[in-house]
Design a protein around this ligand. Structure first.
Ligand SMILES: [Zn+2]
Length: 264
C-alpha cells in the first residue's frame, strides 16, 4: 500500500495497492526498444537513500527491500493491482511468478505442442510450468525431490512428474519425449548438477533456460563466473567462440565444461 509519494510523482498515489518490481524496466533503453525488456539496462531504483530514524543509511535488498514493513522505492517500481487479489497472492507476482512465466514464454519461447521439462518446482518453477501451459505445450514434465511440490506442480499444469531422488531425471525426461529430450528445459534451482541435468535432458535441437544462478559455494570450480550464464544466454556458454563475454570471463573452465558433446 502506498503511504506517501514524493514531488512530481503522478503515476501512483497514497492508498494505491501495488506490487513492487525488483527489475522495473525503463521502456526506453536499447533492450527495451528492441522489445526485450527483460534485458533492460536502466531499471528503475530509488535515487533517495532509505534511512533509519537516526540517519543510518540502508541498502534495500534487490532495490526494493520487500522483507521490511516499510520501504522506499522509485514510483516506476510500483505496479497497481486490484486489491481484491489480496497481498499474499499479489506479492508473488513481483518476482517468482514473473521469473518463471518469463522463462517459459520469453526466454524459452515455448510454443504450442512443445515438450517442456522444469527442474525445480518452487515458485519460479511453478511459474514456468504455468507459462508452458499457457503457451500450449503438449508435455510438461516437472522435476523435484519433494512429492508434495510435485503434486502442486500438477495443479499448475504438469502432465508428468519425476522425483529425482528416486528416478534419474535425464533418463525419465528422454523416455517421456520419445527418447529425444525436451524441446525446452527450464532450470529453476541454481546448482551445477541440475544445470548439467538440464543440458543432457534437452533435445539436441532444444533450448536450455537457466533461471537461477548458482552460488559460488555450490561446487569448487563450477561456479557460474561466466556472466553469460547469469545473463540468461545459455548458447553463449555452449558456443564460446560466439560469446560476447568470453574475453571478460574470469573462469574459462566454467564454460568449457559445458562444451562437452551430448549425449554422454
Ligand atoms: Zn530499458
Amino acid at each position: 500500500m502506498v503511504e506517501e509519494v514524493g514531488p512530481g510523482v503522478t503515476d501512483v498515489a497514497p492508498g494505491d495497492f501495488v506490487i513492487l518490481n525488483w527489475r522495473a524496466v525503463c521502456g526506453q533503453c536499447r533492450a527495451c526498444s528492441r522489445g526485450r525488456p527483460w534485458y533492460c539496462f536502466s531499471t528503475h531504483n530509488a535515487s533517495q537513500k532509505m534511512t533509519l530514524a537516526d540517519g543510518t543509511e540502508l541498502s534495500p535488498a534487490l532495490g526494493i527491500g520487500a522483507f521490511a514493513e516499510q520501504t522506499l522505492v522509485a514510483s516506476g517500481q510500483c505496479t497497481k493491482v486490484d486489491p481484491a487479489i489480496g497481498a499474499a497472492t499479489a506479492g508473488l507476482l513481483g518476482c517468482g511468478v514473473m521469473a518463471g512465466l518469463g522463462a517459459a514464454l520469453n526466454t524459452g519461447g515455448v510454443s504450442r505442442g512443445d515438450s517442456v521439462a522444469v527442474i525445480g518446482c518452487g515458485g519460479v518453477g511453478d511459474g514456468a510450468i504455468l507459462g508452458a501451459r499457457l503457451a500450449g505445450a503438449r508435455t510438461i514434465i516437472a522435476v523435484d525431490v519433494d512429492d508434495r511440490k510435485l503434486e502442486w506442480a500438477r495443479d499448475f499444469g504438469a502432465t508428468d512428474v519425476v522425483n529425482s531422488r528416486a528416478t534419474d531425471p535425464v533418463e525419465r525426461i528422454r523416455e517421456l519425449t520419445g527418447g529425444f529430450g525436451a524441446d525446452v528445459v527450464i532450470e529453476a534451482i541454481g546448482r551445477p548438477d541440475t544445470y548439467e541435468q538440464a543440458f543432457y535432458a534437452r533435445d539436441l535441437a532444444g533450448t536450455v533456460v537457466l533461471v537461477a544462478a548458482a552460488g559460488r559455494s555450490s561446487r569448487p570450480g563450477t561456479e557460474t563466473a561466466c556472466p553469460a550464464v547469469t545473463s540468461r544466454c545459455w548458447w553463449a556458454c555452449i558456443w564460446p567462440a560466439a560469446c560476447r563475454w568470453t574475453s571478460s570471463c574470469r573462469k574459462p573452465s566454467a564454460w568449457t565444461r559445458w562444451k562437452r558433446p551430448s549425449p554422454r
